[in-house]
Design a binder for this molecule. Sequence first.
Ligand SMILES: Nc1ccn([C@@H]2O[C@H](COP(=O)(O)OP(=O)(O)OP(=O)(O)O)[C@@H](O)[C@H]2O)c(=O)n1
Ligand SMILES: C[C@](O)(CO)[C@H](O)COP(=O)(O)O
Length: 248
Amino acid sequence: MRADCMEEVSACLRQEAHMHLLIVAAGSGSRMGADRNKLLLPLAGRPVLAWTIDAVMGADSITWVGIVGQPVDRAMIMELLAEAAKPVVWIEGGSTRQESVERGLQALPSVAQHVLIHDGARCLAEAALINRCAEAVVAGEAVIAATPVTDTIKRVDGQGIITGTPDRAELWAAQTPQGFAVEQLKQGHAEAQAKGWTVTDDASLYERLGWPVQVLEASPANIKVTTPFDLTVAEAVLALRAKRQIGL
Ligand SMILES: Nc1ccn([C@@H]2O[C@H](COP(=O)(O)OP(=O)(O)OP(=O)(O)O)[C@@H](O)[C@H]2O)c(=O)n1
Ligand SMILES: C[C@](O)(CO)[C@H](O)COP(=O)(O)O
C-alpha cells in the first residue's frame, strides 16, 4: 500500500477510535402519561433505557458515551451504567431535546470530531445500526437513520379537513442515531439559538441551513417509545428477538 494511502487509512482508524455518542434521556415522557421519566418504566423486565444502553455498549464503533439526563433520574440512570464497558460521562439535560443535545455537545471531550446523537427512547435500535451510522459519519456524511413511510399521509387543516396528500415516495420517518461532525453540529445549534429556531431533531438544523443530510435506511422496528401502545409493540419485538436468539 502507498504511504499516502496508508496515512489516510490510519487517519480514518484514529477517528474511528474516537466515535462519541450522546444518549439523550432527559425528557419527561408527557405523552406516556406515566408518573416518571418513561425511560425508567419497565420493558420486558428491565427499564426501557437499559435496552438502549445495551445496544450502545454492544456497538464496537463507540468508544465514549455521554448520558444526558435530569438530576432527579441521575442515581437510577447511573446504576444502569454501573458495569458499562466504555467511559461514560453524566451531563445535565435541558428543558427541550434541542437544549439537551446542545449541553451534550458542550460536554464532549476536545478530541471529539464526530458524534452520534441517540434517543434513549429508541430502545430497539441494534448495535449494527449504530455501527453503520458511525461508519457513514466517519466517511464524511451527516446521516440519520430513517425508514420509508408505509402509510398514505394526509395534510389536515385546523377544521379537520384534508388539504393534501404528500407523495409518499418522498416521505421518510426520521429516527436516531443521527450523526454529524462535531464542529458543524455545534455551529448549527449556535445558529438556531441566535435565530430562535425550535426543532425536534438535529437533522432539521442542517435542513434549515441548507446543509445536506443523508438518510440511512433502518428497520421500522427502531421505534421511539412515546405512548403506552409503543411499550406493547417494543415488548413484542423483544420477545421475538429473544426467541430467535435461542433458536425458536
Ligand atoms: N428535555 C428533553 C426532552 C427530551 N429528551 C430526550 O429526547 C428523546 C426524544 O424525545 P421524546 O420522545 O419527545 O421524549 P419526552 O420529551 O420524554 O416525551 P414527551 O414529548 O412525550 O414529553 C427522549 O429520549 C428524551 O428523553 C431530552 O433528552 N431532553
Ligand atoms: C429525534 C426524533 O426521535 C426523530 O424521530 C424525534 O424527532 C424526537 O422528537 P419527537 O418530537 O417525539 O418527534
